[in-house]
Ligand binder design. Sequence first.
Ligand code: GLU
Length: 547
Amino acid sequence: MTDKELAELIFPNIKKTIADYEKKYPKRALTDNQYVTRFAPSPTGFVHIGNLIQALLDYFLAKSSDGVFYLRNEDTDTKREVDSAVDKIMEVLDYADFKPDEYEYRGKIIGNYGPYVQSERKEIYHAFIKELISMGRAYPCFCSAEELDIMRKKQEAKKCMPGYYGAWAKCRDLSNEERAERIKNGESFVIRFKSMGNPNRRIKYDDLVMGIIEFPENNNDMVIMKSNDLLPTYHFAHVVDDHLMQTTHVVRGQEWLPSVPLHVEMFEAFGFTQPKYIHSCLLLKQEGNIRRKISKRKDPEALMTYYIEKGYPSEAVIESLMTILNSNYEEWRDNNPNASYLEFPFDPKKIGTTGALYDLEKLDNISKNIISKMNKDEVFDNLVKYTEEFDTDFDAILKKDVEYTKAILNIEREQAKPRKDFACWSNVKNSIWYMYEELYHPDNYEWMKITDMDEIKSICNTYFNDYYNESDDKDTWFNKVKELSESLGYAGNMKEYKANPDAYKGNVADISTVLRVSLTSKSQTPDLYEIMRILGKDEIMRRINNL
Ligand code: GLU
C-alpha cells in the first residue's frame, strides 16, 4: 500500500489540496517592509499582561510598517476552553485600542484569510496532513496513553531524551498494510509528524530578539493531530495558519522557544517560508530579594481585568510596557513628549532576554503623568466612561451637574505643573468625594495642630462671616487668611513665626488647615481657594454649621 493510498484511507472526504488553499488565499498585496502579525491567544478565560505585551508587539510591528494585524482564536485545546473567553479577548483589544484588521467575532468574519477560529479550520488542516502522509512525512500512531507513560518512565530510568523517536517510536515503522488494518478495525490513533532530524546535527536559527541561536535538530515525531477531536496540535496549526495567513512575524511567549527546531523542520517539509520570531520576555516581580515570574494565581496585576477594573488609561499601561520592551524608550519619550508610541524606532534586539521587571509603582507614575496632561473635558469623558461601567452611583453624581464636576476636575489642571493625583479612574472618587453633598458624611476630621472645637468654630465663623468674599482673587483671599490669623494671635508670616514661635498661638498654616479640614474633613487636598469657590458660600456655611 502506498503512502498516498494510506492518506486516502484516513481522509477519504478531503478533496482539496494545499495548492487549492494557496489559491483561495492569494498573496497579500504588501511589500516586504509591510509586516503581517497576529495575536493568537488561546481562549482560556484569562488575558495575562504577558499576552498584552505580545499583542502590543504585534500591533506595533504591523501598524508602524503599514501592514496587517489580525486576531486568531487558537481554540484547539477544547479542554481549556471557557465560555465568553473570546469576549474577554475582544474587551482587552478594545481597551488597548489594538483594533485588528482581520478577525472573527460572533459569527462574523472580517478579512479574506479566515476562518480565524482554529476549530473552524479542521478541513484545512486535514488537507495539509493528508499531503504530509502522502509524502511519507506523517503517520498514524496507535500507542495508548498507558503505553506512552511506560515509555516515558523507561526513558527516565535510562536517562534517555524524552520523546517519540528512534527505537522508542513504535508506530513509525509499521507497514502501511498494518496501519490500514488497524484503522479498519477501529483502533484510535493520532497522527505524528515523521521527523528526519538528527540531534547530532545543529540548526542555526535567527531569532529577532536573541540573534542567531543554535539548536540540535529535532528528531521527535510530534503529534500533529489529536485522536479525540481530530484537531491539530499547536505546532501544526502554527505552520498551516501562519503559512496561509502569510504572517511575517510571530510574536509569542518564551515557552515556545524549545519548539523552534520542530517548527523549522515542519516548514521545511512543506517547503514553506518560515516567519520571523520574537519570543517575548517574561515579566518578573520583585519579592524581597528575589525576582520571580509574575503569576496569575498570586498577583492580581498579572491579569488584564486588574487594569480595566481599576480604570488605568490604556495609554499608561502601553507606555509602561514600552519602557520594559526597549530600555531607550524613556529617553525617546522625554525628547518626543507628544509623539505616538508607534513612532518609536523600536529595536527587537533591545528586548531583554532574561525577563523584565514589571513595576506597578512605575505604572502609577506614568499614568499620573498622562492623566495630569489631560484637560478637564478629557478627564471627565474618560472618568464617566469608567463609572458608567464600574460605579453607576458615582456616575449619576458626577453627571448631575457636569459643569460643577468639571470645575472640580480642573483644580490645578491645565497649567504648567498640573497636579498628579490620579493614577487610575477608580482613584478619583477617593480624592473628590467631599466635594459632593451626597457623599459628604465625614466620620473622621483630620485635625492637626488645632483640635479644640471651640477654637475651630470660632476661627471658621470669624473667617466666613467677616473675611471671606467669593469674588476675591487668590492673592486677596490669601491676604485675608493672613489677616485673620494675625487678628486671632497666629503668625501671618512663617518667617516671623519661626523666629519667635512662643509669641504666637500658631501660624497661618494652622489656620488654613482648620479651614481645609472644616470644609473637607481632609488635611490634604488640592487648592483650598478653588475648593471654596466651587463649593460656594451656601454649602460652606452648611458644613461649618455642622461641625
Ligand atoms: N495560542 C498560543 C498561546 O496562547 C499562541 C502562541 C503563538 O502566538 O504562536 O500560547
